[in-house]
Write a protein that binds this ligand. Structure first.
Ligand SMILES: [Zn+2]
Length: 469
């Protein structure tokens, strides 16, 4: 009797043709998180299965759409940090991707990706700024290995194809790379792609593509993709249009018109006008005889090096952390010196072998410098947004002698002790400026000779109130 009564009730509760009972959003998010953590720990097949389940169980939801995308035969499966030096908001995130790696080969790609940061670290230019980079592995599965070309098409993650060069350099589909980058919580539009079966490489627009795994090729293509540099070799690889003047290549032999004139004027050894660049023997000039990896050399030449350092600083603020919270120049907020002193802390970025300069000033409110820098630059670094979009300008010089030049402790930490006994009651502006001199021990010249946009410097300020006794 009981069973007879219960049966219609069950049928009403779970009619076979009705949609599945709605699950709460948390279940989809938990399943997505589980799939991502499987990929992160190298369990790619398991991750694929979970994405498929996500697509089926949560069709039509945002998570379901992610599952659908990631369970395709060629897809993004997840990501893992290889080297993380800091929060993505103040580092250059380099995302490493494999193209044409099938599921069973993805472990081999992970191994290749693991080796890459060390090549950056051992390069003199990139190694000095190694701690300014994060390296993140994106795990992409491809259904096929091949590179499109000669009438053959393969199903791969990034649409790898043979370019129209004499040697058939490998390239990838930029739109696909950017779609994969957008799967990550944060990125800087910078990817290094290793195509399993391609040859040589190509680079530009934030994407370096390398056929196989040659690390010298990787640094050359990175010079194109990140550094926006031109080729400094003279051999013809393909038909190119007229030479466009760039940071490291020019179509004009006049040293007074050279983009690297400031290096010639400063008499930086080895920098002059050398004919043969941009894939042609005549009509294009490069800055050094054979000293650049954008040509036949092993390292970035001084001209390319300056460009790379400036571009790193277009994404990384020399000031990494500030405590307590800084104030805008026109703010009514302030910190009150409660006890004997107020300690202000700044953490500067730390290149491998040289230190950033950290200078502090204290001004009574009436004498506080009115900065020409946009007010947002006084905010904490994480809230500042990209430096390149803040339109940085050179900071106006402060005539007054700094009240303190701090040497800094380990990890770039600097502090200024605002002692109550040293000041009359009132309101004060404390300004801290951090500058990278970009000059290494033993070098005659700084690495950056011209910094019109003030990229190598940064500033924060606080309002401090000394209360009446
Ligand atoms: Zn160069």
């Amino acid at each position: 009797m009981k069973a007879l009564l219960a049966l219609p009730l069950l049928l009403w509760l779970l009619p076979p043709s009705a949609p599945r009972p709605a699950l709460v959003d948390g279940d989809a998010a938990a399943l997505l998180e589980k799939a991502e953590s499987r990929a992160e720990s190298g369990k790619y097949r398991e991750a694929q299965r979970l994405y498929k389940k996500l697509a089926e169980d949560f069709a039509g939801t945002p998570e379901g759409r992610i599952g659908e995308r990631r369970s395709k035969p060629s897809a993004f499966l997840g990501a893992a940090d290889i080297v993380r030096h800091g929060d993505s908001s103040n580092r250059v995130d380099i995302v490493l991707m494999g193209e044409g790696y099938q599921l069973k080969e993805m472990k081999a790609f992970a191994k290749l990706a693991d080796d890459l940061p060390d090549y950056f670290r051992r390069n003199r230019t990139l190694g000095e700024y190694y701690s300014y980079f994060n390296f993140i592995r994106a795990d992409l599965v491809s259904a096929d290995n091949g590179v499109d070309g000669f009438g053959r098409e393969y199903d791969t993650a990034l649409g790898g194809h043979i370019l129209g060069t004499y040697a058939g350099h490998v390239g990838v589909n930029g739109g696909e790379v950017r779609r994969m980058l957008d799967e990550l919580p944060a990125h800087d539009g910078q990817a290094i792609v290793f195509a399993k079966l391609g040859v040589l490489g190509s680079g530009g627009g934030g994407i370096a593509t390398i056929g196989g795994r040659n690390m010298k090729t990787t640094l050359h293509e990175f010079g194109h993709s990140f550094g926006r540099l031109s080729d400094e070799y003279s051999s013809e690889t393909h038909k190119r249009g007229p030479t466009k003047a760039n940071v490291n290549v020019t179509d004009n032999p006049d040293p007074d018109r050279a983009p690297w004139k400031h290096f010639i004027d400063a008499k930086v050894p080895g920098v002059d006008m050398y004919q043969g660049a941009d894939g042609r023997a005549r009509g294009a000039w490069r800055p050094t005889a054979n000293g650049c990896i954008m040509g036949a050399g092993e390292f970035y030449c001084p001209v390319c090096r300056e460009q790379l350092v400036k571009l790193i600083y277009s994404m990384v603020d020399p000031i990494d952390r500030v405590a307590p919270a800084p104030h805008r120049s026109r703010s009514d907020e302030e910190h009150v010196v409660e006890g004997k002193e107020l300690v202000l802390e700044v953490t500067a970025m730390q290149p491998a072998s040289h230190m950033l300069q950290v200078e502090w000033w204290v001004f009574p409110e009436a004498d506080a410098p009115r900065s020409t820098v946009s007010d947002s630059s006084f905010a904490a670094p994480a809230k500042r947004g990209r430096r390149s979009t803040r339109n940085p300008v050179e900071l106006p010089p402060i005539e007054a002698k700094p009240d303190q030049r701090s040497k800094g402790k380990r990890d770039g930490e600097h502090e200024f002790r605002f002692k109550r006994s040293a000041f009359e009651p009132g309101r004060y502006r404390v300004v801290c400026r951090v500058t990278d001199p970009a000059k290494l021990r033993g070098d005659r010249h700084p690495w950056v000779l011209k910094d019109d946009r003030g990229l190598l410097q940064s500033e924060v300020g606080w309002w401090v109130r000394v209360p009446a006794e």
